[in-house]
Design a protein around this ligand. Structure first.
Ligand SMILES: NC(=O)c1ccc[n+]([C@@H]2O[C@H](COP(=O)([O-])OP(=O)(O)OC[C@H]3O[C@@H](n4cnc5c(N)ncnc54)[C@H](O)[C@@H]3O)[C@@H](O)[C@H]2O)c1
Length: 300
């Protein structure tokens, strides 16, 4: 049986600021498969993450599972980069953000900065796996019809265009055979009440862009890109929407597999699709949601 073996590969996971989301679990799964893993963290949340990491608060979560290919027993992070994915370069950053105390000491925290910092640390041809595990919709609580232009465009900017920009600036540093991954949700394709503020549009854009980038990244760089459409999980970001508990209960009751989706189930699939074992797939969104998306009507 082939195994997922990422020894000798280097990964960057953007969107990790605690241990309770998909980004952390994906970083850990990639590490367990032998990859060297760096993360990019949102400046407002990064300081707390670094402090908690140093104080050992994540040590339980960092514990690797049996049979891993890593050289340590706890997940290690090679580098932590600051990233605010709303900005492509420092010219785009408003003065009040630049002078904010959570940003001012971080250097270049834009997508261009991430690319420059990575290149300075590891050089060209040094990146094998790029994961985009971030989203933000400031008006997610509002129905789409009530969403302001500003809120709608902000959701798309943070949650969708950020992927395009990251591919533009980071894929030139990737090795042929490399892989990009992002995280979507069923609301891209079907109506999910409570997933507002333009976030459904942002996920639809993410999936459409994955198809286009699938072609373009393959032809330009020999790199693949796919998305996982994950079922509901009570991460920090999801808890902030106020509806996640209802979604989880609904899935538990109605999905073909009547059990809660775990971070690890998404992370395991992420490790597979980003590995050479996934070499036949690009431009695709794969549902990892206990089969919920297959339903036309909900039964008990
Ligand atoms: N939790 C779910 O139910 C669920 C379901 C399907 C898809 N997803 C997707 O999974 C991905 C990860 O989310 P999660 O639920 O694991 O939550 P999470 O809180 O672990 O991750 C979201 C991350 O985005 C970061 N972020 C927000 N704005 C940012 C910005 N401007 N620049 C850089 N980083 C920024 C946050 O700091 C956080 O680390 C998101 O794309 C989310 O939409 C989540």
């Amino acid at each position: 049986m082939p195994q997922i073996d990422l020894r000798g590969k280097r990964a960057l996971v953007a969107g990790v600021a605690d241990a309770g989301g998909f980004g952390f679990a994906i970083a850990k799964a990639l590490y367990e498969c032998g990859a060297k893993v760096s993360i990019a963290s949102w400046p407002p949340a990064m300081g707390i993450f670094e402090t908690m990491w140093k104080r050992g608060k994540f040590d339980d979560a960092r514990q690797l599972s049996e049979g891993h290919l890593a050289e340590t027993e706890l997940m290690e992070i090679e580098k932590i980069y600051p990233l605010d994915a709303l900005y492509d370069s420092m010219e785009d950053v408003p003065e009040d953000v630049k002078s904010n105390k959570r940003y001012s000491s971080r250097g270049d925290f834009t997508i261009q900065g991430l690319s420059d910092n990575w290149k300075a640390d590891f050089g060209e041809g040094s990146l094998d796996i790029l994961v985009h595990s971030l989203a933000n919709g400031p008006e997610v609580h509002l129905d789409l019809i009530e969403t302001s232009r500003k809120g709608y465009l902000s959701a798309l900017s943070a949650s969708s265009y950020s992927l395009v920009s990251m591919c533009h600036k980071l894929c030139p540093l990737m090795n042929k055979g490399g892989s990009v991954l992002s995280l979507s949700y069923l609301a891209a394709q079907q109506v999910i009440h409570g997933y507002g503020g333009g976030m459904s549009t942002a996920k639809a854009a993410l999936e459409a862009d994955t198809r286009y980038l699938g072609y373009q990244l393959a032809r330009r760089y020999g790199v693949r890109i796919n998305a996982i459409s994950a079922g509901p999980f009570a991460s920090r970001a999801a808890n902030a929407t106020g509806v996640i508990k209802d979604y989880i209960e609904h899935y538990r009751e109605h999905a073909p597999l009547q059990e809660d989706l775990t971070q690890e189930e998404v992370a395991n699939f992420a490790a597979f699709i980003c590995s050479p074992l996934g070499s036949g797939m690009t431009g695709t969104t794969v549902m990892v949601d206990k089969g919920f998306h297959t339903l036309g009507m909900s039964y008990g």
